[in-house]
Design a protein around this ligand. Sequence first.
Ligand code: GLA
Length: 384
Amino acid sequence: MPITTNAYTKYFQERFGREPLLFLAPGRINLIGEHVDYNDGFVMPAAVDRHMIFAIAPNDNDRCNIYAQDFKEGVTFSLNELNPGETWVNYLMGVIEGFAQRGLPVKGVDCVFGGNILAGSGLSSSAALCCGFGFALNEIFGCGLSRLELAKIAQFSEHQFAGVNCGIMDQYASLFGKEGYVLMLDCRALTHGYLPFKFDEVEILLIDTKVKHSLGASAYNNRRQSCEEGVHVLKNKFPKIQALRDADLKSLESVRAELSEETFVKCKFVINEIDRTKRAAKFLKEDNLKGFGQMMYESHWGLSKEYDVSCPESDLLVTLASETSDVLGARQTGGGFGGCTINLIRKAAVKSFSEKVRQKYVATFEKEPDFYSINLASGVHIEK
Ligand code: GLA
């Protein structure tokens, strides 16, 4: 469902009796480079045309009155008393705390927000929530923060107030996205380039498994811990290795006896995934979508068999995709355990492929997947 910005102006006017400013914050997909952002690696995300929208205005006191349109739920809290409560409020409080820690003068706001990024679909609605809210506060109160600083605040919120020890990819993509482009983000330098991603005959089809991932669950943090354990051991032998980005398969193999099998396999996946992402970028620059797609498939099976963050539903979708030459590449996107698969598919085949997948998916799992084609969109912005 497209977002109607006018509707949000109206919701705000009805609730607060004045005019709001409107801000849009996109969700993101990740083409390749999964679970490598917290290993200082390279990732290739893009902002997509699914958004969180904020109708918001300052209210001249120290209270925030926030209404979540999609949940039909309102919360009021004082800026001086940030007591985490329901999940979505935590994210916003975390952002405010991030401003406060920088000594920035945020005051109270009235806000109605909502959107069309389904929570749990792997498109990072939480990053869009934090980035959009932070961007709005920055504009309204003239704090002068850069997009990178805002990404860091949004990440901080996720760490502190939601308990997910995430990397910075999602926040970065939501803030720095560019229409028609993917980002090649260096997660160590925190710099990026843009690669055009527009093809006449191929589109990006998302298939939502409808399996809601729960990143808060310790699984994500456990994976991160395995990587840190690996680095700890590698560092003893190779002091220059500060993150898995600095390791290669040879160095990893040389310390294998000191690692648990679990840690070894997880680190191996990450080292390979960083390499795949660089190769994928090269294929993309050469307009070689077949080569690019191959990297996506390899990434998926690494996530499934080695990193262990897939699920039977995502695996079936990727298997079905790999059975037709019309899908050049497919993989589960995001943190994992469900959510969406991304499919690079020939436009002419979208209908027949979707129908075939629907039938098999329903027959296997007795539930309907969702299909939607997406476009690559611009990062967080004010809607004029
Ligand atoms: C989640 C995290 C990101 C990243 C991905 C996996 O989306 O928020 O930082 O680690 O998982 O690539």
